[in-house]
Design a protein around this ligand. Structure first.
Ligand code: BYC
Length: 353
């Protein structure tokens, strides 16, 4: 973050005193105001905020909320696809799918690590997920009924994820932005494998084509919901965009995704399940039909087709993995180098001398 003097005047991106982390009704002291001015100026200049930089508490909380939700989505997202590893139709498809599911675990790790730089441990975030106190993406509460669903997830779900995540590479918080660079590169392979899989099915037998079409019919609308509620119902967008955590609104990104997906569906020889999709010459974008926001809200409330199954499986995996975490911690303790063990007391003596 660039050095910015406290007396430089900027319009605060941090909105209210509450957003700045002060109790409402108490006047910010001069030091707080100076720190906030430095923070606001860094955001305005498109500088990165780094872990050791001062930041408003609400900025930190917003990042933890979004990054935790994102990390949880990556690891819960392993379940619907892993469901098909044992039934992949060839060794090649199985190897690709295993690599993809493994990548998602890696994405979870990058994101939990990035969230740890904000002072929250991975353990704490996982406890919140398991207790139902933090969300994961609505999309992973739908079932994978056929092999074609693996293709539809790659093409549509990873496609939507890339559309949403490429702008996050420019997020104002450094560790999140840097994690997203690598994640986006991997996601683009995932999207291509899904597209290629669906293309093979679409050009295959009549039954294979029908299977691909059925998968697209079921995954299209939930993929549009991944971008979040419409802008006028999005509680966090305005502040997150002012802080440059989000660079575009939910509706802007959803529109961008539709415009990319329409010609791709044509090339695949598949039909998007929306009779209202048409090119709007005036807007230079596609019009599309109304999204069923009641369904979205129901899924968020826990009433989607697989909410119960996903969280039960996640809790079970966590419990069954306890011995691995214990073994890793014991190994780390055993292999703490002698120099690390002696360095701290020596430093202590020096400081107190
Ligand atoms: N699902 O004010 P809003 C992947 C919640 S994983 C569930 O617009 P925001 C992949 C939202 O949390 C891809 N909840 O929120 C992995 C808020 O509730 P709270 C995951 C949602 O944060 C494996 C409320 O609705 N990607 O690619 O400004 C295999 C109001 O929303 C959803 C990310 O997580 C939803 N879809 O914007 C394959 C990307 N949408 O917290 C693929 C990072 C909204 O107030 N996240 N809510 O109770 C983001 O970009 C933003 O958080 C969102 C939402 C655009 C998702």
């Amino acid at each position: 973050m660039a050095a910015v003097t406290a007396d430089q005047t900027t319009q605060s991106t941090s909105g209210t005193a509450e957003a700045a982390g002060q109790a409402v009704g108490t006047a910010p002291d001069a030091a707080d105001a100076a720190r906030l001015a430095v923070f606001d100026a860094a955001v305005a200049a498109d500088d990165r905020i780094e872990p050791r930089d001062w930041m408003p508490e609400a900025y930190r909380a917003t990042l933890v909320r979004q990054m935790a939700q994102h990390a949880h989505s990556e690891i819960i997202g392993m379940q619907p696809e892993a469901n098909w590893i044992t039934r992949a139709p060839s060794l090649r498809r199985k190897a690709i799918l295993m690599a993809k599911v493994q990548d998602e675990a890696g994405h979870g790790l990058y994101l939990y690590s990035a969230a740890e730089t904000l002072g929250t441990s991975r353990e704490e975030l996982l406890d919140k997920l398991h207790a139902g106190r933090q969300r994961y993406s609505s999309i992973f509460n739908y079932p994978t009924l056929t092999w074609a669903d693996v293709g539809a997830i790659g093409w549509l779900v990873d496609g939507a994820a890339i559309t949403n995540q490429v702008p996050l590479c420019r997020c104002s918080y450094g560790p999140y932005a840097r994690a997203m660079v690598r994640i986006c590169k991997e996601e683009s392979f995932h999207q291509r494998q899904g597209y290629e899989l669906l293309l093979a099915l679409s050009r295959g037998t009549e039954a294979q084509h029908a299977m691909a079409q059925d998968a697209v019919d079921r995954w299209w609308w939930p993929s549009l919901m991944m971008f979040g509620p419409p802008d006028d119902a999005s509680s966090h967008s305005e502040q997150s965009m002012a802080w440059k955590i989000k660079r575009h609104s939910n509706d802007e990104l959803r529109q961008r995704f539709v415009d990319i997906a329409v010609p791709q569906a044509e090339a695949l020889g598949l039909t998007l399940p929306d009779p209202d999709i048409r090119w709007n010459e005036e807007r230079g974008q596609h019009d599309f039909g109304a999204i069923d926001w009641t369904e979205f809200q129901e899924v968020l409330k826990g009433n989607g087709p697989c909410n119960e199954q996903r969280i039960t499986q996640r809790r079970r995996a966590h419990e069954e993995g306890a011995w691995v975490r214990d073994a890793a911690a014991a190994y780390a303790a055993k292999h703490t180098t002698p120099s690390t063990r002696t360095a701290q007391p020596a430093q202590h003596v020096e400081e107190t001398a």
